[in-house]
Design a protein around this ligand. Structure first.
Ligand SMILES: *Cc1c(COP(=O)(O)O)cnc(C)c1O
Length: 236
């Protein structure tokens, strides 16, 4: 595809996603501006991702540090990069200077490593705490039970703990995701009270379930396949 064809395809898909987002916001009596659309570019080439700023999308998500570094170097525009994938501790120092927000801080040890790296690099990491919202054993994230006990580490964190991130179990029916999203929001509400801190961001909702997530209070939806399916793939 030429750049023009690609841009047309992306513009059409964005229009559709925007309309669905707006409708979900209206059903929940929320302003459209209360939800950030993060385009998850992990599967597509830097060329495809690089067309997004021209279409008004400046929040891009990546799940691997190497691909984040590659795309950040290739795309000159001012992008807000979101690190959304599981982060190994030895990659933290590479990611922190690039990512505006790291969604995937998913264990006490990783939280500790991010705090130490922030001090060492003299940056204030902005993070979300990833919760294992689907309660599946093989999934990453803090459990609902352990997160409340992290109070001291959170209050001492040398950066900004902006909120929570979570994923529902995969299902064909988006409604199946609703209980997990609701539980995540309720956990956030409870932690705000017990920690005495605002946790304004709730990163939840993907291509298959973002409307339900918005109805349940999501402030950041992470959308990949609905925007990028079938487009030039990343070779990174
Ligand atoms: C890939 C990915 C997404 C996007 O998923 P789609 O179903 O393609 O929209 C969202 N969040 C995370 C953490 C991902 O890894």
């Amino acid at each position: 595809m030429t750049d023009d064809d690609l841009k047309k395809t992306l513009a059409d898909r964005l229009t559709t996603v925007e309309a669905r987002l707006l409708a979900a916001c209206q059903r929940a009596s929320r302003p459209r501006e209360s939800v950030t659309l993060i385009a998850v570019t992990k599967t597509v080439s830097p060329r495809v991702a690089g067309l997004l700023p021209g279409l008004g999308v400046f929040d891009l998500g990546e799940s691997r540090p190497q691909e984040l570094r590659r795309k950040a170097a290739a795309i000159p525009d001012q992008i807000r990069w979101h690190m959304i994938g599981h982060l190994q501790r030895n990659k933290v120092e590479e990611v922190l200077p690039l990512a505006q927000l790291t969604h995937s801080v998913d264990s006490p040890r990783l939280l500790e490593t991010v705090a130490a790296a922030g001090k060492k690099l003299n940056v204030r990491p902005r993070i979300l705490l990833q919760v294992n919202a689907s309660r599946e054993d093989q999934k990453h994230g803090f459990t609902f039970e352990e997160l409340p006990m992290l109070r001291d580490a959170i209050l001492a964190f040398p950066g900004e703990v902006a909120g929570l991130m979570g994923m529902a179990a995969y299902a064909d029916d988006p409604e199946a995701a609703r209980p997990a999203f609701r539980e995540l929001r309720e956990l956030r509400d409870q932690l705000q009270l017990s920690w005495g801190r605002e946790l304004p961001e709730l990163s939840m909702g993907m291509s298959g379930d973002f409307e339900v997530a918005v109805e349940e209070g999501s402030t950041m939806v992470r959308i990949g396949s609905t925007l990028f399916e079938g487009l030039e793939e990343s070779d990174g």
